[in-house]
Design a protein around this ligand. Structure first.
Ligand SMILES: *[C@@H]1O[C@H](CO)[C@@H](O)[C@H](O)[C@H]1NC(C)=O
Length: 378
């Protein structure tokens, strides 16, 4: 009889499958003890996973529908964006080590050019007053590209500790460069380990091109990421992805060298941050907050288990709801542009009427027309 036989086949298939699936789990439990990955609770007790996220006054939660792709196929992993208003080009760092640029107007509108190959993995980008492009390269450190395309390494260590993941950067109007090393311990490829470790391996650092001095400003940061100078140049905002917050560091005045809260309990993990010159910061959210991530952050033992398991199978963390936030100069959340289907949007930059956003993995820059998509706001 066909039916019982099928039934038997199905049962043995299920049995085989469950054995196959349990091998990695058993192995990871065995290896668990010898593993030197030792995650710890985050600071602040239950704060980071029990409080609701800060309220969003304006939320457009379907931005993929309204997004246009710029340079599709030509811009692999355009992580951060920098705009040069003098030539009307937007620059981005790609995962193949190229800095590429795109014309945003004129007869070459949306044309993409391979500009300079710097060889590492460029992340944060910012223009210096002399129109050099300063690059935080995850692998190489802090680089400078002169307008003629000449590349030089500025610094790759501080206090005897090499950078592991140079990440965000901005340049003050006096030429001083402020940047982050997200982790001295883990590389970009291993960044999830850093995040799941719950340990602060990040630093906020300055580099003075007139003296070549590298100075650590703040230590023990939880995945130090984007940096943006305030318009008055008295302070800067820096993001700590793991703690879903950005803080203000004073660089001049009475409060010089001190830190204030800026915005906390974001609805996701902040990445690059940019000032638009019109009274807002734009912050890339690489992923929205999820129950899975909240639970992992709450229980270090689960993080250890996930990392052990990762050696055998890709553990789905169900990242979603990535997007871009806009925040006032005082740290009030103004708007969120996100989509459930979006992951690893890493930067947002408002240029004219468009919001451009970069990505760690997509092959294009995206943009939405802020005036038009307002009509489909919800
Ligand atoms: C800084 O370093 C560069 C490159 O090594 C060098 O050409 C320059 O003279 C140095 N400047 C100072 C002030 O030491």
């Amino acid at each position: 009889m066909a039916e019982p036989k099928n039934h038997k086949n199905l049962l043995s298939t299920l049995g085989l499958m469950s054995i196959l699936f349990s091998i990695p789990i058993v192995l990871s439990v065995i290896l668990y003890r010898s593993d030197d990955f030792d995650p710890v609770p985050l600071p602040g007790g239950d704060y980071f996973y029990s409080l609701p996220s800060v309220a969003v006054p304006e939320h457009r939660d379907q931005i993929l529908r309204d997004s246009e792709r710029v340079g599709e196929g030509l811009l692999p992993g355009p992580e951060d964006l920098a705009y040069d208003a003098e030539n009307g080009l937007v620059y981005t760092g790609c995962l193949d080590g190229w800095i590429r640029r795109v014309w945003l107007a004129g007869k070459d509108e949306l044309k993409v050019e391979d500009w300079v190959h710097i060889g590492g993995r460029p992340l944060g980008l910012a223009f210096a007053p002399d129109r050099s492009l300063v690059v935080a390269d995850a692998h190489k450190g802090l680089l400078r590209v002169k307008p003629d395309g000449n590349v030089e390494l500025l610094t790759d260590e501080a206090e005897g500790l090499k950078f592991g993941l140079t990440d965000g950067v901005d340049v003050a109007s006096d030429g001083l460069i402020y940047f982050t090393d997200a982790s001295y311990k883990y590389s970009l490829e291993m960044h999830m380990m850093d995040i799941l470790s719950g340990r602060p391996h990040g630093r906020l650092i300055s580099f003075d091109p007139s003296t070549n001095r590298t100075v650590v400003l703040v230590r023990d940061l939880y995945f130090a990421n984007g940096v943006a100078l305030s318009p008055d140049q008295k302070s800067l905002i820096f993001c700590e992805s793991v703690l879903r917050r950005c803080r203000r560091y004073y660089i001049h005045g009475e409060k010089k060298g001190t830190i204030d809260d800026f915005i906390e309990n974001l609805p996701g993990f902040p990445d690059n941050i940019h000032n638009d010159g019109e009274g807002r910061y734009w912050i890339g959210l690489s992923a929205g907050r999820t129950l899975i991530m909240d639970t992992l952050f709450k229980y270090p033992i689960l993080r250890k288990f996930v990392v052990s398991l990762e050696k055998f199978v890709a553990v789905p963390l169900n990242l979603k709801d990535s997007g871009v936030l806009s925040v006032s100069l005082e740290g009030q959340l103004l708007s969120l542009y996100s989509d459930p289907g979006l992951v690893l949007a890493t930067s947002g930059l408002k240029i004219g009427k468009h919001l451009y956003y970069g990505s760690l993995h997509k092959s294009y820059i995206s943009r939405i027309d802020l005036t038009r998509s307002g009509a489909s706001s919800n």
